[in-house]
Design a protein around this ligand. Structure first.
Ligand code: NAP
Length: 293
């Protein structure tokens, strides 16, 4: 008999996160639990109840929990309360608008995607059970080639440092540059999603440097995930053509399989992965979007 397993998804009341939570619950067993987390009690409660109503018998319990990932103390407290974790998808994201001034959005983006990523990695990586999976939802934008050559070496150096504090310091520099109106001049660019996603992957790479041998010996996987284009309220404003976009359920299928399979390909460890492929850190894959600047 296997011990009951605990899975956790951040930003899980809608979009990809919700589909990840539903997929995990269907793939796990009665006795296991999926913590469907988000920042609003009503929204997580509704989502958990709706998923539970549609699950086949024998699925895991879906438990709604409030977790605002912009609150580092809340992340640390939940980790301490749980003690250990088997599967965690760090998925939450702040909405961005092509028409907004990046200075108005950068704090939410940096705190929801970047500082939350490093806080989750610090709090939960030491609590990952043998065979566990800690997956940071990033994007195909998360590779060095998407950055201006003026700043790409700084992200590469942060990843190579093996130090999550170095990644946070670079994110602080980017955030300050956006507030000062110098982001484009310094090479960070205008579209917040690019430095944000590259910094998420840099954080995974930094932590993976230190943990790789020990984690692989015990079947633990820490990786960044590229889910591909998904039709959600977050992506629609950015892409002129959504005809190729996946549903959240389609996008969640492979990540859930990766999270629950007893084995994984060790080439995924510490990398940005999509549907069985590693996206190369330096060269990535082409991404088209409708943002004009
Ligand atoms: N959609 C795509 O095409 C695409 C492509 C590549 C990568 N991704 C990545 O996939 C992930 C999910 O994207 P999505 O399109 O599903 O986004 P989404 O529909 O906007 O969902 C984002 C989720 O994050 C939650 N959230 C926001 N701020 C939070 C906070 N402070 N604490 C906790 N939860 C918070 C939201 O909750 P509320 O309902 O309370 O706002 C929502 O549940 C993101 O990491 C995104 O970058 C998406």
């Amino acid at each position: 008999m296997t011990a009951p397993r605990t899975a956790l998804v951040t930003g899980a009341n809608q979009g990809l996160g919700r589909a990840l939570a539903a997929g995990l619950a269907a793939g796990l067993s009665a006795g296991d639990r999926v913590l469907l987390t988000g920042r609003d009690a009503g929204r997580v409660g509704d989502a958990a109840a709706q998923i539970a109503a549609q699950l086949p018998a024998g699925s895991a319990q879906v438990q709604p929990r409030v977790l605002d990932v912009r609150d580092p103390a809340a992340i640390a407290a939940l980790a301490a309360e749980l003690g250990t974790i088997d599967v965690l998808f760090s998925n939450a994201t702040a909405r961005m608008s092509p028409d907004a001034d990046p200075a108005d959005e950068v704090d939410a983006v940096a705190e929801t995607s970047n500082l939350a990523t490093t806080h989750v990695l610090r709090a939960f990586a030491p609590r990952l059970n043998p065979g566990g999976r800690l997956l940071i939802v990033a994007s195909a934008l998360g590779t060095l080639d998407k950055l201006d050559p003026a700043v790409a070496p700084r992200f590469a150096a942060a990843a190579d440092s093996g130090d999550l504090d170095a990644v946070d310091a670079l994110v602080a520099d980017w955030r300050a540059a956006v507030h000062a109106g110098r982001a484009e001049q310094e090479g960070f660019g205008r579209w917040l999603n690019i430095p944000s996603k590259v910094a998420q992957v840099a954080a995974v790479r930094a932590l993976a440097r230190a943990r790789r041998d020990e984690d692989l010996a015990s079947g633990r996987l820490i990786a960044a995930l590229c889910p591909g284009l998904i039709d959600t309220d977050a992506s629609r404003p950015w892409f002129a053509d959504m005809s190729e976009a996946q549903t959240p359920e389609q996008a969640a299928a492979w990540p859930v399989q990766l999270a629950l399979a007893p084995e994984f390909d060790t080439k995924y460890y510490g990398e940005l992965v999509q549907h069985g492929h590693v996206l190369p850190w330096e060269t990535g894959v082409p991404v088209a979007h409708s943002a004009t600047t």
